[in-house]
Design a protein around this ligand. Structure first.
Ligand SMILES: Cc1cc2nc3c(=O)[nH]c(=O)nc-3n(C[C@H](O)[C@H](O)[C@H](O)COP(=O)(O)OP(=O)(O)OC[C@H]3O[C@@H](n4cnc5c(N)ncnc54)[C@H](O)[C@@H]3O)c2cc1C
Length: 385
């Protein structure tokens, strides 16, 4: 029997949608509010590694994800320097027979999650948010007022509202996002047939990656230090990306040359959320980026949000009081999310080295032990499950 009868989920991103599906499938009544008036998800791509695919399998949506995305044959990741000289090829591990890494358009992932939400009859209120949060105590289910004028009693409020979480700001005012120093530039291109591996190009002060996201498309992402709070007009993003990463040759060159007016480009200044335990206050719990947004250099933020949903549903189905279940949830998730944040930060720093000699040493180290580092990271994730 589920521990709760009626849950309110605030935010219909990866964390909110997957939690809604996981809970509804075990009999919890779910109401989900999303402040956007229509499903509108920023484009470009997402990698999902085996651990994230396992979570998608657990919530029952894996087949359409595999159909919509692009599973990299053999999980290959090919490293080059910025001139296009080959450094090394590493291989991501495949868990439980799942693809090691899949690229997918974000909009496709959300289309699939939204369709499952619809099939399950989950009450989704678009263009709606929370007006009055429940009091901090864990007493009787409080009444929560929503911006559409309705009010209801909820056994649990799940804050899945991302980096700028309103739920976190109200229930955990001491936690705030911090700028990482990095900006990420992303563009979408037609995929040449032969380009079927993930590519990472290690430059001086910058990194550039290429990843297939469907049979037809790939996305390219460039990472470099950017000043905090800088603002670039979206119409200038294609030219800025082309200019910033202009020193990259090899496999990136044709895609950089394509960038021009009308290209699909996104710029994001990267923030992190580092939240100590507890992750709940009374009947309010945080999941996903709202509580552990990471720099994106391990491509694990989405997988962490998906795993949060699966673990939260698991602990809520166990016969414990709610308070204990929420403690157990965070105790299971915190070490893994912290590991992802710590390793991702290190990878960001290694990619931002600005002295040519340091970069040459880093690339040599990648050749010597790149595979060992990949294996150690994924083994640690599995140990912390
Ligand atoms: C540049 C970049 C690249 C990345 N690449 C990858 C990758 O390749 N693979 C990967 O796994 N992860 C990647 N990530 C991380 C991943 O995008 C996030 O970890 C993931 O989207 C988090 O999902 P979420 O649902 O927690 O938050 P979000 O996706 O931010 O969703 C939050 C939702 O809540 C809604 N909301 C906000 N406030 C309110 C409110 N007050 N009321 C109602 N609704 C509200 C928002 O509109 C949104 O829909 C990347 C991140 C960045 C920045």
């Amino acid at each position: 029997m589920p521990r709760i009868d009626h849950a309110l989920i605030v935010g219909a991103g990866i964390a909110g949608c997957s939690a809604a599906i996981a809970l509804a499938q075990q009999g919890v009544r779910v109401t989900m509010v999303e402040k956007q008036r229509a499903w509108k998800f920023l484009s470009s791509g997402l990698f999902i590694y085996s651990n994230g695919l396992r979570a998608l399998h657990a919530i029952g949506v894996l087949p359409p994800i595999l159909e919509a995305g692009f599973a990299v044959p053999g999980g290959r990741n090919r490293y080059f320097d910025q001139d296009g000289s080959f450094i090394v090829e590493t291989v991501y591990p495949s868990l439980e027979g799942l693809p090691a890494i899949l690229g997918i358009k974000r909009a496709e992932l959300h289309r699939i999650l939204a369709s499952r939400i619809d099939e399950l009859g989950i009450a989704l209120k678009l263009g709606t948010t929370v007006i009055r949060m429940p009091p901090a105590g864990g007493g009787a289910p409080p009444r929560v007022a929503l911006s559409d004028g309705s009010e209801d009693a909820f056994d649990l409020v799940i804050g899945a509202d991302g980096i700028r979480s309103q739920v976190r700001a109200e229930a955990f005012a001491h936690i705030a996002p911090a700028y990482s120093g990095f900006g990420v530039w992303r563009s979408v291109h037609d995929r040449p047939r032969g380009l079927d591996a993930k590519i990472m190009m290690m430059g001086v002060g910058k990194r550039l990656g290429i990843m297939p996201i469907s049979e037809e498309k790939l996305y390219m992402f460039g990472v470099m230090l950017e000043p905090q709070d800088c603002w670039y007009a979206p119409a200038d993003w294609p030219a800025l990306m082309r200019e910033r990463f202009g020193q990259f040759g090899g496999p990136a060159a044709p895609f950089l040359h394509q960038l021009g007016p009308g290209s699909e480009v996104l710029y994001t200044g990267v923030e992190e959320v580092i939240a100590p335990l507890p992750w709940h206050a009374g009947r309010v719990v945080l999941i996903g980026d709202a509580v552990h947004a990471s720099t994106p250099f391990m491509g694990q933020g989405g997988a962490m949000a998906l795993e949060d949903a699966v673990v939260l549903a698991e602990v809520l189905a166990e016969p414990h009081p709610l308070e204990e279940a929420l403690r157990k949830f965070a105790a299971r998730r915190h070490p893994m999310c912290k590991l992802v944040q710590d390793v991702s930060r290190q990878v960001g720093q290694a990619g931002a080295l600005e002295e040519a000699e340091d970069c040459a040493r880093r690339n040599l180290e990648l050749r010597r032990d790149g595979q060992g580092k990949v294996d150690a990271f994924f083994a640690a994730l599995e140990r912390l499950r």
